[in-house]
Design a binder for this molecule. Structure first.
Ligand SMILES: NC(=O)c1ccc[n+]([C@@H]2O[C@H](COP(=O)([O-])OP(=O)(O)OC[C@H]3O[C@@H](n4cnc5c(N)ncnc54)[C@H](OP(=O)(O)O)[C@@H]3O)[C@@H](O)[C@H]2O)c1
Length: 294
């Protein structure tokens, strides 16, 4: 099995690329930056032809993990045209071409496809996104389910890791903590997932292989404030955790509130389990303390 991580410089893509390599898999990672380091292959979804890369791979069993996206909710709103081009138009073309080349795609969708009025959504729950980012993801899901039956859609919530990336919400809270207050969107409840579980899900989806839509989501949902409190308690730091309505933040586009998701379909079909947030927080805090001692 060979892997392509398309968009290997982002939060999730860089983790998957590094971990696949560490575990001895044969993997190609792409970046849109020219003169790129770390052995990446140049690829910009807006103007490159993926066949320039796949032509080297003929005869091999390949899975492409698509991590290319404009993943910021507010940028999707502010810069709608270019975000739509990346997230929908070019991604559809990419997956079509990969499929013609006999390559299975794993596509990441998001809990933002839901309007957040109910929570505990399943794969059967109707999508009803309230922001542009979620609408783009919902359009991709519909397209893939209707036209690309070999592809696998992993719908994921906010992804948490045990290391200090700036996109990691634990790192963001650790920074905010220095002001004495952590502000959280009131009622924003999610099934936070550990990065390593996403990695394991990609391996499982490619090896079986699995097709269709799956929720890769933690067993337990937390509001941001609940998880932030766990984090502060573990660090032993006393901080004011302030829950404020979404309208009090300077967001450009709407935030759905309770977008918790059920992971039962995935667990039933694969037997896989997910790592709980207490363990993730404990490992993150342990890593921070180790770094302080270095
Ligand atoms: N992180 C989460 O918690 C989360 C939650 C739900 C769903 N997702 C989904 O998971 C996927 C990965 O998310 P992420 O958090 O890793 O996003 P990210 O950190 O923003 O990474 C996006 C990647 O896309 C690349 N990219 C952007 N425009 C490109 C272009 N025109 N051509 C080629 N590459 C381009 C970026 O390259 P540069 O590094 O050069 O900018 C980067 O490698 C996305 O589909 C996202 O919507 C993420």
């Amino acid at each position: 099995m060979k892997y392509m991580v398309i968009g290997a410089t982002g939060y999730i893509g860089s983790y998957l690329f590094t971990q696949l390599k560490k575990d001895g898999h044969d993997v190609i990672g792409t970046s849109r930056r020219r003169h790129t380091m770390n052995g990446f292959t140049y690829y910009d979804i807006r103007n490159s032809d993926i066949r320039d890369i796949t032509s080297e791979l003929s005869g091999e069993n390949v899975t492409a993990i698509i991590c290319v996206a404009e993943a910021s909710i507010d940028r999707c709103y502010e810069d709608y045209e270019s975000s739509y081009d990346i997230n929908v138009r070019q991604t559809k073309k990419l997956i079509r071409t990969l499929s013609q080349e006999g390559i299975q795609s794993i596509f990441f969708s998001s809990d933002s496809v839901f309007d957040g009025t109910k929570g505990n959504y399943t794969e059967e729950s109707p999508a009803n996104a309230c922001n542009q980012y979620g609408k783009m993801k919902a359009e991709m899901e519909q397209y893939l389910l209707a036209n690309e039956s070999d592809s696998c859609i992993l719908r994921i919530p906010k992804t948490v890791n045990i290391t200090k990336e700036k996109q990691n919400i634990l790192t963001q809270w650790a920074e905010e903590m220095k002001t004495g207050t952590i502000r959280c969107i009131k009622g924003n409840k999610m099934s936070f997932i550990y990065m390593k579980d996403i990695y394991q899900a990609c391996l499982t989806a490619s090896k079986r292989p699995l097709h269709g839509l799956y929720h890769i989501a933690g067993d337990q949902a937390y509001t941001r404030a609940e998880l932030a409190k766990k984090f502060c308690d573990k660090l032993g730091v006393s901080v004011l955790i302030q829950e404020c309505p979404a309208e009090e933040f300077a967001f450009k586009d709407i935030r759905p509130l309770d977008i918790s998701m059920s992971n039962l379909k995935w667990k039933k079909e694969t037997g896989c389990q997910f790592i709980d947030m207490d363990s993730v927080i404990e490992a993150y805090v342990g890593n921070c303390k180790e770094r302080e001692m270095d």
